[in-house]
Design a protein around this ligand. Structure first.
Ligand code: C2E
Ligand code: CA
Ligand code: CA
Length: 586
């Protein structure tokens, strides 16, 4: 019973007492009583000793003759019955509602079954002899209850996807931990996010990102068992609690199902977007005995999946902790290095096979790390992506490379500069303007600037990417597809793209050896490039036989260790001064 109704209720109860003393059995049929009590109670019920409703005043879903105690919600049935029984047997008429303060029951309104909630304001016996009926004064609190439910839902659910949120997840996880602790059983927890979600969000806008999250949530919801709880943890992070996953492979099966469900692209506003996820799994009690510890373990495992190439899953392993610490430290250091512009650009010559002259250079990122020495891109670019630094890294390196190109030009060398660009850069609407501005500042010809984009980065072909490519080309920048052949680009796809050149992936060039007289794939790519009128550059040329083969088929531009290692600015300067590298092409 709530405080605010205390005095009105006891007034009403006093009234019942007084009235029953005065007028005996017929009190409830008197209109006067009803009117008086109706001002404090929404419903007045009279139930007999079998708890059957004998009289109803006000809107109530139970009719005369039905059992009240059987109609109410299951938790309230026993206490309500016990109380009414006691009331029937009691001599005194002291109000006692301490044990039954509210109940709910289902009602049919407009042919739809809904729940209604009532607060018990007072229960009294009538003081009558014989079948000792009880009187219940009820307040209809359904509206308040619904508001409270809605508020509670809002506090525990994510408004975008409708999934439980982090708060609810953590409290369910805590409950699962104590249940499993008592039962000495195990369960698993999955933690995952969507790979490259940030770049999609940046490139296509938040509305598309939101829609993607909604579709993902919907797909995943269909995979859940009765007891599983899927939550959106925040951003593109999801967590799945499987409190019933007692057998060792339940987690693996769920991971396979999730990866399968997300392997189909989503369709948003007519654009097909591929999604991938990396899942970390933690098991109670093996990996941690606490809710926080389990979340952290699964998170660490997820991080490892990402570092190893994504779109997969992994269970936590205590060994990961050390790796995680090192990663975090390196991430911090990378952030500082980018901020302090301490990443370096190295170069690889691109050579004309006909005359052995250096036509251009490709800029390649290096990190001269104080402790670890010269780091290759593979050991820090993935880290940059996780840290959201990809575009910054690329802009920094491109700015340095453009500066170097201007110096070579000042030394009298004519060459083009090819730079690796990330999808994140293409999301930046200032990209083309940025290059124009720097070229103008340094007095460089736009036609000497090239950007390389991998096929994978182009797979998510979006309006943004397309218009960015067009802007860059309109500004005079040449566009090359990097690692060509490694991806899945179709011919039709290439035809539609505003590009100038293809760089044959080095895995194809590696197929060319002394014993091969024809390498079909290389031949096919050469023929195709010619058909599409695209420039072709062979990558990873290590041996003379490969250079000769390519030249023989009409592909006369190449780069690779045959012509020299990846070199510093000064080393390239020396190579340029020496004129040509034709001595390796005898
Ligand atoms: P990539 O663009 O295909 O660059 C060529 C890679 O092949 C370079 O590796 C280079 O050292 C290596 N390479 C060159 N000639 C040969 C050869 O004859 N044989 C073999 N086996 N390898 C050769 P690196 O410098 O480790 O770069 C790896 C990848 O990292 C690059 O592949 C590129 O995709 C990416 N990358 C490098 N710098 C940047 C950057 O500044 N921004 C972005 N977004 N990506 C970069
Ligand atoms: Ca490249
Ligand atoms: Ca390449």
């Amino acid at each position: 019973m709530t405080d605010h109704s205390d005095s009105t209720t006891s007034n009403a109860l006093a009234l019942i007492d007084a009235y029953s003393r005065l007028s005996g059995a017929s009190l409830l049929n008197e209109g006067l009583f009803g009117k008086l009590v109706a001002s404090v109670a929404d419903v007045i019920l009279l139930v007999d000793q079998d708890n059957l409703v004998q009289y109803v005043q006000g809107a109530f879903p139970i009719e005369v003759g039905q059992s009240l105690t059987e109609a109410v919600d299951r938790e309230s049935q026993a206490p309500l019955k016990a109380y009414l029984d006691r009331l029937g047997a009691k001599e005194t008429s002291e109000p006692d509602t301490a044990r039954v303060t509210s109940f709910s029951l289902s009602a049919v309104e407009d042919r739809i079954s809904i729940m209604r909630w009532y607060e018990v304001m007072g229960i009294r016996d009538t003081g009558l002899q014989g079948n000792k009926p009880g009187i219940l004064l009820l307040k209809d609190v359904s509206a308040e209850h619904q508001r409270e439910q809605a508020l509670r839902h809002e506090l525990t659910h994510d408004s975008l996807t409708g999934l439980p949120n982090r708060n609810l997840f953590v409290s369910r996880l805590e409950a699962a931990v104590s249940a499993a602790c008592q039962a000495q059983s195990q369960f698993v927890l999955l933690f995952f996010d969507l790979d490259r979600f940030k770049s999609i969000n940046d490139a296509l806008g938040h509305a598309v990102g939101d829609e993607m999250l909604r579709q993902v949530a919907e797909r995943l919801s269909q995979l859940l068992g009765d007891q599983d709880l899927l939550a959106r943890f925040g951003g593109d992070e999801f967590a799945l609690l499987m409190p019933q996953a007692v057998d060792d492979l339940a987690g693996d099966r769920m991971c396979a199902r999730i990866l399968g469900a997300l392997s189909e692209p989503v369709l948003i506003a007519g654009v097909e977007l591929s999604i991938q996820t990396s899942i970390g799994v933690a098991r109670y009690p093996d990996h941690s005995g606490t809710a926080d510890g389990l979340i952290e373990s699964a998170d660490i495992a997820m991080y490892h999946v990402k570092a190893r190439g994504r779109a997969s899953y992994q269970y936590f392993d205590p060994k990961m902790n050390q790796g995680r610490f090192a990663q975090l430290q390196l991430e911090q250091e990378l952030r500082k290095a980018v901020l302090g512009e301490r990443l370096s650009v190295y170069y690889q010559a691109i050579v004309n096979l006909d005359d052995g002259k250096i036509m251009g250079v490709e800029a390649l990122a290096r990190w001269e790390h104080e402790r670890l020495g010269l780091l290759q891109p593979k050991s820090f670019l993935a880290l940059a992506e996780v840290a959201g630094l990809t575009a910054e890294v690329d802009f920094l390196l491109q700015r340095k490379a453009l500066q170097d190109l201007a110096e070579w030009r000042d030394q009298g060398h004519q060459l083009f500069l090819s730079m690796n660009a990330s999808a994140a850069q293409f999301a930046d609407e200032k990209f083309a303007g940025w290059h124009q501005q720097h070229a103008a500042r340094l007095g460089l010809a736009m036609s000497d600037i090239r950007l390389e984009l991998t096929e994978q980065a182009m797979v998510e072909r979006t309006e943004t990417l397309l218009s960015r490519l067009q802007e860059l080309r309109a500004a005079g920048v040449k566009i090359a597809i990097d690692d060509f052949g490694k991806g899945y680009s179709s011919l039709a796809y290439l035809q539609e793209l505003p590009i100038d050149s293809l760089k044959i992936d080095r895995s194809f060039i590696a197929e060319i050896s002394d014993s091969t007289d024809s390498v079909t794939l290389v031949d096919a790519i050469i023929a195709m490039a010619r058909g599409l009128n695209l420039e072709l550059i062979a990558e990873g040329v290590e041996r003379e036989v490969q250079a000769k083969y390519l030249r023989g088929r009409g592909c006369n531009k190449a780069q690779g260790y045959l012509f020299g290692p990846v070199s510093s600015f000064a080393q390239i300067g020396d190579m340029l001064s020496n004129g040509s590298v034709s001595e390796v092409l005898t």
